[in-house]
Write a protein that binds this ligand. Structure first.
Ligand code: C5P
Length: 236
């Protein structure tokens, strides 16, 4: 699947940041055919989300497991193989060269693609210095993005404001997936720097991860449908 062939509907990934599988399942039912791609993160994973992932995948939905793997290579490879077995389409791993190579080595030609997390967006330069890193955020993101490419990783998860520069650095092949998206006029919540769906797509993003603007909307289906339309307009 080349990035340009992704349908507008598949570009929207709805984050199922909900406390229970039953609430997540009800949200998926309410969204119906409007949404084809879901992200399951740590909260829901530890609350039974892996069986939901298997269930949704069997229904033909695409699944992004945001598990941010990082461990010794043998463990990362074996965990990645288990995620592939679930039928997931995207999995996050931390962008350490050993971790990326190990996860990549466990892919056996199924639909699973890997997304590297370069630097967590909650970190600033002083947090990195405090943790013992010699690089600031910008340089470390660039360095790790290049290492991800060298390791054969399919894509990166990154903040919307990094998309344009990394698209220029990495070229068209790398999948760029970004959270921090807010349709014009919606509540930004705890996000600090946001872009609209159209802005992020025009900056070069392939997929947008959007949670509360859909899941907390009075009419989630209408909210998702409006976002897909906005994406459609931006890719045209
Ligand atoms: O509700 P909202 O649209 O802000 O949700 C964004 C999703 O993307 C959440 O699941 C959040 O954990 C995730 N995310 C993020 N910022 C990052 C990395 C992940 O918002 N830097």
């Amino acid at each position: 699947m080349s990035a340009s062939s992704i349908t507008p509907r598949d570009r929207l990934i709805v984050a199922l940041d909900l406390p229970s599988v039953s609430e997540a399942r009800a949200m998926v039912e309410a969204l119906g055919d409007t949404v084809s791609f879901y992200k399951i993160g740590l909260e829901l994973t530890y609350g039974g989300g892996l069986s939901l992932a298997r269930e949704l995948s069997a229904q033909g939905k695409k699944i992004f497991l945001d598990l941010k793997l990082h461990d010794i290579p043998n463990t990362v490879a074996r965990a990645t193989a288990q995620v592939a077995e679930l039928g997931a389409n995207l999995l996050t791993i931390h962008a350490y060269p050993q971790t990326m190579k190990a996860a990549q080595s466990a892919l056996k030609g199924g639909p699973l693609r890997l997304l590297a997390v370069t630097v967590m967006t909650s970190y600033d330069d002083s947090d990195l210095a405090n943790a013992g890193y010699a690089f600031g955020v910008k340089d470390l993101v660039r360095r790790r993005a290049e290492q991800a490419r060298q390791a054969g990783i399919d894509g990166l998860i990154l903040s919307a404001e990094e998309v344009q520069e990394l698209r220029a650095q990495l070229g068209p092949q790398m999948l760029l997936v970004t959270p921090g998206i807010r349709p014009a006029g919606s509540d930004i919540g705890d996000q600090k720097r946001v872009m609209t769906p159209a802005q992020a797509i025009k900056a070069g993003a392939d997929h947008l991860v959007i949670g509360r603007p859909v899941t907390q909307a009075a009419d989630p289906r209408a909210a998702a449908s409006a976002i897909v339309k906005e994406i459609e307009g931006a890719v045209a």
